[in-house]
Write a protein that binds this ligand. Structure first.
Ligand code: NAI
Length: 383
């Protein structure tokens, strides 16, 4: 017990506890009150954000192009409510709070508007142009974009500085982090309001600089790309995932790419590759072209049966330590670049963002903490 209580694992887990407190302290929940949230886009993210907001007590209007696009969102919302709530009374109340609203009547009443339509600049801008004149003067206008800089999106607004990023992660109900994406001239009170709103939702707010991929995707995508490159070089999916799981990741990168959807990985990777100069491996483009989109299409890097990846128990596991180093060092390298570029304010916030946004092995205390514990000499020798 004495040995365990003094080891690195316990020190790092205590560190994670304090990092969580630090994120909670980045906003003041009581400073702002919100009643009505309007979500535009009832897809995977918009639908789940709307359901989560309703569960947390907000009145929510949910808008999409047509009612038919909302049926899946409402089905998933009901499943969430049934999982989380015990009494029929509570269930009825929360169902009443989530209102389908394809005409967008909610826009003029909402305290917070979250846009979560597909990742397309023109489509998002058309929404902002349409709704800005109808919004309450002090309502928050937020986007859930995962990779488009706010500076690009906000140009069509009369008041461009009012656009803020509320970047939730998938699945919304499970992932504790929300990146609060800010531009250089975003007013402080908008950042505070957005952070307060995240706390009202029981999420951990992390202010990040608006730049392609923000913090979490900027770090995660090169790591996924490295996994796909290893696959392209002949490593088995099983070997790559095993090396990552052994490091302490909650899911291997190949299975993660399949779960997110290879089309989504491809589009985010293309966006980021333009900004950061890496290549998207051909094998990823080929899979998408062939319609092998991962779990949702039944096949990607793995085949899927009843939603579960089919693994080859006899797969060649390759050189596990080399695979692990290549995956992890790519992630550490990008984390160091984010720190240098001031994407977040300091290294503790960076570690917190990567742990709570990706599930990075918590017992290692975050990527920069891990790099520090290894020392640059030893990492250079391993490369
Ligand atoms: P999705 O394709 O599942 O849903 C988009 C929804 O927007 C569809 O239901 C579509 O009908 C609706 N829509 C399109 N144009 C519209 C319009 N003019 N008015 C109203 N509704 C409209 O997309 P998903 O995955 O939910 O992504 C939404 C946003 O969230 C994107 O910006 C994406 O980058 C971001 N995001 C996605 C994550 C993911 O894991 N899928 C994670 C974090 C952010």
């Amino acid at each position: 017990v004495a040995r365990l209580a003094q080891g690195d694992t316990v020190k790092n887990l205590i560190r994670v506890f304090f990092l969580q407190n630090q994120l909670n302290g980045l906003g003041n929940k009581e400073a702002f009150q919100f009643k009505h949230v309007h979500v535009i886009g009832g897809g995977i993210m918009g639908g789940d954000i709307a359901a989560w907001c309703a569960l947390k007590g907000f009145k929510v209007t949910l808008q999409d192009r047509d009612p038919k696009y909302l049926s899946n969102a409402l089905k998933r919302a009901n499943q969430l409510f049934e999982r989380k709530l015990k009494t029929t009374h509570e269930l009825n109340q929360v169902i009443d709070r989530l209102i389908p609203d394809c005409s967008g009547f909610g826009v003029s009443h909402a305290d917070v508007i979250i846009e979560a339509i597909f990742e397309n600049i023109e489509a998002k801008q058309a929404i902002y142009k349409d709704i800005e004149p109808r919004m309450k003067a002090d309502a928050i206008l937020a986007t859930n974009t995962s990779s488009i800089p706010l500076e690009t999106l906000c140009t069509v607004l009369e008041k461009p500085q009012r656009l803020v990023g509320l970047h939730f992660f998938n699945p919304v109900a499970m992932m504790p982090l929300v990146e609060i994406v800010k531009m250089v001239d975003t007013p402080e009170h908008i950042i505070s309001q957005a952070a307060s709103f995240a706390l009202h939702l029981g999420k951990l707010p992390l202010p990040v600089k608006s730049s392609p991929g923000f913090l979490v995707n900027r770090i995660l995508v090169p790591y996924l790309i490295e996994a796909v490159t290893l696959y392209d070089e002949g490593c088995s999916a099983e070997a790559i995932d095993h090396a990552a799981l052994n490091f302490g990741m909650p899911m291997g990168p190949v299975e993660l790419a399949d779960t997110v959807g290879l089309d989504i990985c491809q589009s985010v990777a293309i966006n980021l590759s333009n900004s950061y100069g890496f290549n998207v491996p051909d094998i990823l483009n080929q899979k998408v072209q062939q319609g092998l989109l991962g779990k949702k299409s039944g096949s990607g890097f793995y085949g899927y049966k009843k939603g579960k990846a089919v693994r080859d128990n006899d797969a060649d596991m390759g050189n596990q330590s080399e695979i692990q180093n290549r995956l992890v060092y790519r992630l550490l390298n990008e984390a160091a670049a984010c720190l240098r570029e001031g994407i977040v304010d300091d290294k503790d916030l960076l570690d917190a963002g990567v742990i709570f946004g990706t599930g990075f092995a918590p017992f290692r205390g975050g990527p920069l903490n891990y790099a520090n514990s290894q020392g640059s000499e030893s990492m250079i020798q391993n490369m």
